[in-house]
Design a protein around this ligand. Structure first.
Ligand SMILES: Cc1ncc(COP(=O)(O)O)c(C=O)c1O
Length: 359
């Protein structure tokens, strides 16, 4: 059992959180003879100039209904779920909870998602790096050696990884790391719905230092809503709740998130379709001589290496198709990352590659 208290910034451990109106009186208007009269939160009693569900009342600060629905879907107890304004909010909060600015260090494994470094920089936290292997898998022995050299607060791993698309390690290797690492292991599973391996949420009961991040921005098609999930032991979830802004998720997001969770079939259909389109792209990309390598993907994007990434990127932009140029990332020399689009978008992309080849 890791001692979470020892990892937390002392000021955060001691923090007395803000107590909102909806903390002090939790709404439960079932069985009341008269409707509740809310004169506690300085809201507008007359109504709202908003529409589409934006109303005059503050939302549930702990998103209980949404968490209950998610709990059933993810097989994780509500007290092990945190919901944030995108998973980016959870990443930032983890830095603020565990890392004393100018003092603590975290460990990341490039090439990986850029927000870990940005969040670290914002919070004035030093970042050490252990690079992935050439095939983008985790160098487990080297990582274990490195984590033993310093009392790192966070180790942030992305699986499947962005921008490479692959599974970086097996579950057994993740468990080895969880056992060896004294700090908090954050596993970012933003793309897990597209993968053919299971989420690590099943492990949170066994590892109090594990945080699993997921998001509604990808498979669920709700990037615009900004809704992210963190799954972890109750002490870590309590800390996230303590530090978050009181009403971090607005009521509209909570309601639309709930509707989404009640429509898993639609998400599953999206995933099936995107996986089929991904398979089609894997039949097309090898046909081009100028593409030197196509990396395997467990996600909704594909990374590929080409001789002239900047020229190809610009050519695609000129023809209104925007991909991500990742060629300056470590180990990603020459690489572009293309999201799997809808069928017509993928066809257009492949047609443009054909015309580029003929230039
Ligand atoms: C690995 C990874 N984590 C997190 C996010 C951000 O997710 P959210 O939209 O929930 O903030 C992204 C977005 O691209 C991502 O690629």
């Amino acid at each position: 059992m890791k001692n979470i208290e020892k990892l937390v910034r002392p000021n955060i451990w001691a923090l007395k959180p803000y107590s909102s109106a909806r903390d002090e009186f939790v709404v439960d208007d079932e069985g009341n003879e008269q409707p509740l009269v809310f004169l506690d939160a300085n809201e507008n009693p007359l109504g709202s100039v908003g529409s589409n569900g934006a109303n005059n009342r503050y939302p549930d600060p702990y998103q209980r209904k949404l968490k209950e629905a998610l709990s059933a879907l993810k097989n994780v107890a509500p007290e092990n779920i945190f919901l944030g304004n995108g998973s980016d909010e959870a990443i930032d909060l983890l830095f603020r909870i565990f890392c004393t600015p100018g003092q603590d260090r975290v460990l990341v494994t490039p090439p990986t998602y850029g927000m870990y470094q940005v969040s670290a920089d914002i919070n004035h936290v030093a970042v050490d790096q252990v690079r992935l292997n050439e095939d983008f898998t985790l160098p487990v022995a080297q990582l274990l050696d490195t984590v033993g050299q310093h009392a790192y607060k966070l180790l942030i791993l992305c699986n499947p990884n962005n921008p490479t698309g692959n599974a970086i390690a097996s579950t057994a290797e993740f468990e080895q790391i969880l056992q060896a690492f004294e700090g908090v292991v954050v596993v970012d599973e933003a793309y897990i719905d597209f993968a053919d391996f299971a989420s690590m949420t099943a492990l949170i009961d066994r590892y109090p230092n594990l945080v699993v991040l997921q998001t509604f921005s990808k498979a669920w098609g709700l990037a615009n809503l900004r809704l992210g999930m963190a799954f972890a032991s109750a002490p870590i979830i309590d800390l996230l709740n303590k530090v978050k802004p009181p009403y971090n998720l607005n009521g509209v997001t909570q309601e639309l998130g709930l509707q989404a969770v009640q429509n898993v079939a639609q998400k599953d259909a999206f995933v099936a379709s995107i996986r089929a389109q991904r398979a089609w792209l894997y039949t097309q990309l090898p046909l081009f001589d100028f593409i030197e390598k196509i990396f395997p993907s467990q996600t909704n994007f594909i990374l590929f290496r080409t001789q002239q990434p900047n020229e190809l990127y610009n050519y695609l932009v000129q023809h209104q198709v925007i991909v991500r140029n990742r060629s300056t990332q470590p180990l990603c020399e020459g690489c572009l990352r293309v999201s799997v689009g809808a069928e017509a978008e993928n066809k257009r992309f492949i047609e443009l590659l054909k015309s580029w080849e003929l230039l």
